[in-house]
Design a protein around this ligand. Structure first.
Ligand code: BDP
Length: 681
């Protein structure tokens, strides 16, 4: 139980990461299946590192105890516990824990088994620091109860999208060629990684629900139950993506109209059967009226009507429906600016605020368009005070280098979570969405390194950690990941490894931004697979993703004064900041404004010169990354080193291609030469 199956890389939990815990006397006090998991982890760690799981009356260095099951038998632990009890104040919730160290004993205290499990992984993360000196009582609770990964995994291999839609890490860990893989060891190892970073829910199939996947809800439910059984010991609940029209496709009804009694009865009965098999089932994820998926519009109903039917069926069992706000017309006429795709989610959902049942979570993509490397924060998040809103981010790197490029996304998500829609004195996105949660599209597959690019593991880790605590600095999170992934004992030069990884990764998202689409304009990618540059690839298509470059200027006018009016979806102060060319932040200028190439940015540079400079700089940074990575040859696992080296070679090639296409394109459009006199190909 203490490691991944043969041939699979340990990611952030190699055996060495457990040295501090495993070399000590540990006592686990309490009962329940997750407490058993804690015990198994401790036993395995001790077997490797020479410690032992203590029994009654023995001394202990670490006590992991559930409150309310009587005092632990070790005197020193009792004293530390008494101290902790005094400070605890209100409850720790179902997942929280307390940590205190005094008199040579480290104590983790929780009210529920999941808290003990998270407490154990916290101690593992602290390493020796958990056993040094005194530690004052510290209370840890997740910022939100819903920390979920959505797998866009298909059960059948999709003719275009393959086994995993937008997957860059091989096949699915759950499904292969139409059937459950039944790879219990792999799924269990995954659950363990998730628990160690704080993720507690997983949707096991694609939001685009095709015929085979649909049946997971009914006659193939057993396969979902089997996955739930394996993830349960790590506190991870299973969710299912379901089709809105399931009552037709699976139930044989003539309609999926949410107002039809038969439809409601079908959902109620179907959901009852789900809970009979999976009592802790998390709920449904629904993509409706979006990119060809069926939805309530077909019946003249709105999305509150649609979501509430499923919510009503789930409510008696404690389940939630994650209803996605990614609703837009992908066959729109691009000449008509009132159809601005950025406006769509708000236009559809903001009027429905207050109409959703309590167990509906509206799942809103972090930006208004679609997971571009740079977008403003979606205005929907601030527009629905009476609705539980979750933010959805894309851990899988569809638009950020597809796990061939190093792109650490912690800083990107942190900016979203810290954004304050009503200005610095108002609540942050993290606070607004605490009732709804954080959802990420998973980047995991059956690749031996889990994520294709070994360094993309840090994105999975950061997702979980930021969901648990959105105030964490991305650099700190990366530092944790480095410590857990390359602990002493796995490398001869931990300090050099740490420094190099920070140099390679800390700023890699901004580097990626520099060599791709400029100033928030987005979507200069190859249509279809979305990898690599294609400057006009989407410009004359019906997808609603344009840059409007011509000989005079570039950018999308989304102002109220002269454009699509999208800026009006934000509250003050942002509605005016974004409306104003002068005040709009540089990095979003072309998202909100169409400006001449000679427009001067806050940085002092013109738009056209900024484009040239950032594209040359971005490529130079990737070249420097390659040199830095070479330093680690011989210092980290050679297979991992080789994998990253191979990916970096592709990243350099692709970054140069981006630079050359983007620079040449704008050079030809504008006729403005590079002030630096560099060659533009
Ligand atoms: C887009 C992806 C597409 C997804 C869609 C979604 O290209 O594959 O189905 O998002 O989120 O970014 O539903």
């Amino acid at each position: 139980t203490d490691g991944p199956p043969p041939g699979v890389h340990a990611a952030w939990l190699p055996a060495e990461a457990f040295h501090a815990v495993g070399s000590r006397r540990v006592m686990v006090h309490g009962a329940g299946s997750l407490v058993d998991t804690v015990r198994e982890e401790v036993v395995a760690a001790c077997a490797r590192h020479g410690g032992r799981l203590g029994g009654r009356g023995r001394g202990a260095d670490l006590v992991l105890a559930l409150r309310g099951v009587g005092p632990p038998p070790v005197p020193a632990a009792r004293a530390a516990l008494a101290r902790a009890q005094g400070v605890a104040g209100d409850g720790l919730g179902g997942e929280g824990f307390l940590l205190v160290r005094a008199d040579g004993v480290t104590v983790v205290l929780a009210d529920a088994p999941a808290g003990l499990l998270y407490g154990l992984f916290y101690v593992v993360r602290l390493g020796e620091a958990a056993f040094t000196g005194d530690l004052p009582v510290a209370r840890h609770r997740p910022a939100t109860a819903l920390r979920m990964l959505d797998h866009w995994d298909n059960v059948d291999v999709h003719p275009v999208m393959g086994q995993v839609e937008r997957g860059y890490a091989g096949g699915s860990i759950f499904w292969r060629a139409g059937a459950a893989r039944g790879d219990t060891a792999r799924v269990r190892a995954y659950g363990r990684l998730l628990a160690a970073c704080g993720v507690n829910a997983v949707a096991v199939n694609n939001v685009n629900v095709h015929a085979t996947e649909a049946r997971l809800l009914t006659d193939r439910l057993g396969e979902v139950a089997a996955i739930a059984d394996v993830l349960r010991p790590y506190g991870v609940r299973v969710h299912l993506s379901v089709g809105f029209a399931s009552s037709v496709a699976l139930g044989g009804l003539p309609t999926a109209d949410p107002a039809d009694e038969r439809v409601r009865a079908w959902w109620a009965a179907t959901t009852r059967a789900v809970y009979a098999l999976i009592p802790d089932f998390g709920g449904y994820v629904v993509k409706a009226d979006s990119e060809g998926q069926p939805g309530p519009f077909a019946y003249g109903r709105d999305h509150a009507d649609g979501a509430n039917v499923l919510a009503e069926a789930l409510a008696p069992h404690g389940g939630v429906v994650h209803w996605r706000a990614f609703v837009y017309d992908h066959r729109q006429d691009w000449r008509d600016r009132s159809t601005d795709r950025a406006r769509a989610a708000y236009d559809h959902f903001a009027p429905l605020d207050g109409r959703f049942r309590d167990n509906v979570v509206l799942q809103v993509k972090c930006g208004p368009i679609d997971f571009q490397a740079r977008e403003p924060v979606s205005p929907v998040i601030a527009a629905m005070p009476a609705t539980r809103v979750a933010v959805e981010v894309q851990v899988t790197q569809e638009y950020t280098g597809q796990q061939r490029h190093v792109c650490y996304l912690g800083p990107c998500w942190s900016e979203v979570l810290r954004f304050a829609p009503w200005g610095p004195d108002g609540p942050t996105v993290a606070a607004i969405t605490a009732r709804g949660g954080l959802v990420g599209v998973s980047n995991v597959g059956d690749d031996p390194f889990w994520t294709g690019h070994p360094l993309a593991q840090a994105n999975l880790y950061a997702f979980g950690r930021l969901a648990w605590d959105p105030t964490l600095a991305p650099r700190t999170v990366l530092d944790e990941w480095i410590s857990l992934t390359f602990p002493p004992g796995t490398t001869a030069h931990p300090a050099l490894v740490r420094r190099t990884l920070h140099e390679v990764m800390d700023d890699s998202w901004r580097t990626y931004e520099r060599y791709t689409a400029p100033l928030g304009v987005g979507f200069m990618v190859r249509p279809g697979d979305h990898y690599g540059p294609d400057v006009d690839g989407y410009e004359y298509t019906p997808w609603g993703t344009y840059h409007f470059a011509d000989r005079d200027g570039v950018g999308v006018d989304r102002t109220r004064a002269t454009g699509t009016g999208f800026t009006g979806q934000y509250p003050e102060p942002w509605r005016e900041v974004y409306e104003s060319r002068e005040r709009c932040p540089d990095e979003l200028l072309l998202f909100f404004h169409h400006v001449p190439y000679g427009h001067v940015l806050h940085s002092g540079s013109t738009v056209i010169q900024h484009i040239y400079d950032t594209h040359f700089a971005g490529v130079a940074e990737v070249e420097a990354t390659c040199r830095r990575w070479r330093r680690l040859s011989g210092l980290v696992d050679p297979v991992l080193h080789a994998r990253v080296t191979e990916r970096l070679a592709e990243q350099v090639r692709c970054a140069r291609e981006w630079r050359d296409q983007v620079n040449a394109y704008f050079h030809r459009k504008s006729g403005v030469p590079d002030a630096g006199g560099r060659q533009i190909h």
